[in-house]
Design a protein around this ligand. Structure first.
Ligand code: IPE
Ligand code: IPE
Ligand code: MG
Length: 254
């Protein structure tokens, strides 16, 4: 089935762009700006997070429509625990609500759901719901939705280093055989291709501990828009920007 093409960019029309080369296989998003979106409207931060959760649905719909295979969403960082119990409770409550109300719908849409991060920090109840969502959707063959929850890139690399060291101590792994593939295979994202593009909304220009290893050759796209305003037009804009980029991976320019 031919995949829908990205919206035309200067000099490129949907007719002369071949196949899905303009559609990234894996898009990762740092969904930022909920608090500022709410503050600009005189609303509490929770209202921003609620509106942000609705933007997730729009983003997912657009990604499925365009044939994106992997969508990774940074929903809660390992540093976001610093926000204090009120905001953490609001965010956890929203997560629980969406798990309860959306997982069946996502399952019907053939979406496979996976979680990465120190999810045990959210408590057993929520972990059980996450495990249920992963189990229910595990055999689905449509878009893979990877939700980063209590995720931190540095701690992910640390835990991979520990696991590799333990395997070496047990004699199961020769230290000289450790290469990039071995490290990748010990990350939480083992088996998932690196993101082709990492998007951050809200005008901030940093990764904030997101996919530090996996981002090595990702195209970075920084948008001014606040996450709750994210919609299909934004998504198409990302595809246009991506289509204009020349990915060289260290080789000579074409
Ligand atoms: C992103 O929005 C949501 C999370 C980090 C959980 P923020 O809550 O960071 O919103 P701003 O950056 O304060 O506007
Ligand atoms: C990054 O946003 C984390 C998520 C979007 C989940 P933050 O708002 O936490 O990042 P900083 O603090 O501005 O770097
Ligand atoms: Mg923020």
């Amino acid at each position: 089935m031919p995949l829908p093409l990205a919206t035309a960019t200067e000099g490129i029309s949907p007719d002369n762009v071949s196949g899905n080369s303009t559609v990234p296989r894996h898009i990762a998003v740092i969904m930022d700006g909920n608090g500022r979106w709410a503050a600009a409207r005189g609303l509490p931060r929770l209202a921003g997070h609620r509106a942000g959760a609705e933007a997730v649905t729009r983003c997912l719909k657009a990604a499925r429509a365009k044939g994106v295979e992997y969508l990774t969403l940074y929903a809660f960082s390992s540093e976001n625990w610093r926000r204090g119990p009120d905001e953490v409770a609001d965010l956890t409550g929203l997560l629980r609500f969406y798990l309860r109300h959306k997982v069946n719908e996502l399952h019907k849409q053939n979406v496979r759901i996976l979680f990465v991060g120190d999810t045990h920090r959210f408590g057993q109840d929520l972990c059980d719901e996450l495990a249920h969502a992963e189990r229910l959707t595990g055999a689905n063959t449509g878009l893979t939705l990877l939700l980063a929850l209590s995720y931190g890139g540095r701690s992910e690399i640390v835990q991979a280093a520990k696991a590799i060291a333990r395997a070496a101590m047990r004699g199961e792994l020769d230290p000289d055989s450790i290469d990039e593939t071995v490290v990748s295979n010990h990350l939480l994202t083992a088996g998932i291709p690196d993101p082709d593009v990492i998007v951050r909304t809200s005008g901030e220009h940093r990764l904030s501990n997101f996919l530090l290893w996996q981002s090595a050759y990702a195209e970075l796209v920084f948008l001014e828009q606040m996450w709750p305003d994210f919609n299909e037009t934004t998504f198409n804009q990302i595809l246009e920007i991506y289509a204009r980029r020349e990915r060289r991976f260290g080789a000579r320019p074409a």
